[in-house]
Design a protein around this ligand. Sequence first.
Ligand code: TPP
Length: 368
Amino acid sequence: MADTAKPKTGTARSSGTRRRGRRDTAAGLAGETPDVLLDYYRQMLFIRRFEERTAQAYTQARIGGYCHLNLGEEATVVGLMTALQQRDYLFTNYRDHGYAIGKGMDPKRVMAELYGRSDGVSRGWGGSMHMYDTETRMLGGYGIVGGQLPLATGAALAISYRGGDEVVMCQMGDGTTNIGAWHESLNIAKLWNLPIVFVVINNFTGMGTTVDMSSAEPELYKRGSAFRIEGERVDGRDVLAVRDTAARLVERAREEQTPFLLEAWSHRMKGHSVVDPAKYRTDEQKDEARSEENDPIALFGARLSEAGILTDELRDELAASVKEEVAEAADFAENSPHPDVSTLFDYTYATPVPNESRRMPADPVFAE
Ligand SMILES: Cc1ncc(C[n+]2csc(CCOP(=O)(O)OP(=O)(O)O)c2C)c(N)n1
């Protein structure tokens, strides 16, 4: 087990400004080409602006239901999605918009799903928590905490059974590590040597409950050891570190046909969901979570600027093009029709269920 970039506490406390004052060399930027680095920067910025637009649309009542954002987790999202091959499968919790886009879904259709419109990836019936698309192999956003774990483990079993070389990545939050499905899934995954990487996004809180308050072992990457699953921790604010660590574990899962556990820590910039004012956090904690020191985009932007890759001009250009693309997604969603009410039960049950107001969904379909 590796122990890198270690958070000492379950509260939203920074582990320091490791990047400050250090001049990045090409090696510090993983020897990557400027094009690749700028692409990561743009992807992170895109998720940031997309989520901000989502929050705005929510307050305008264009988006309904529950809605959770990836603000502060952009480097983790982009790093993880870059580590996956196209043929690999992804399962996430409800904080799924950035992942859906990162796995290859059209942002316009993701926004349309948020608006509950028929051009959405789940035809408008899923909403924020249920992005799903077999083509890009994003097999869901799940609203039940831990609900994705047994399903992801089952997908890994299917791969193993068929002798495939795909890998499953299963994302979740820190709070999920105390759900029964966590223990059952990790146990089976190791017992049956399944090609799956469980990724815990440690943003230090499950809603308002800190990791220290909820976990007897708050060093989350160690939690796989009960199942003899190797675990690593990575600084989730660092897109390159996340990419490299995740890619290594994904490829090992593919080669060795065995599960791994990755913990990526970063700060949740806002409340648990768009309607949560996060009153359980002190002003100091709020400031810290939103500070430049913990903002993955500001951190990476500074590194690229220092290395002479991101000029002021380029920064403005990227900001403008991202703004435009997000606005296009919102326009697309706005202009997409609402799904027809007659399709309400079409995608809920495997067998047909008549859409009758007097019959409850669970009632037998063909009862006399
Ligand atoms: C089984 C279940 N219990 C409770 C909830 C309510 N709930 C929604 S999110 C959440 C917190 C989960 O926190 P974490 O796993 O850390 O994920 P994060 O929101 O930080 O991404 C809870 C308790 C739920 N959706 N499902």
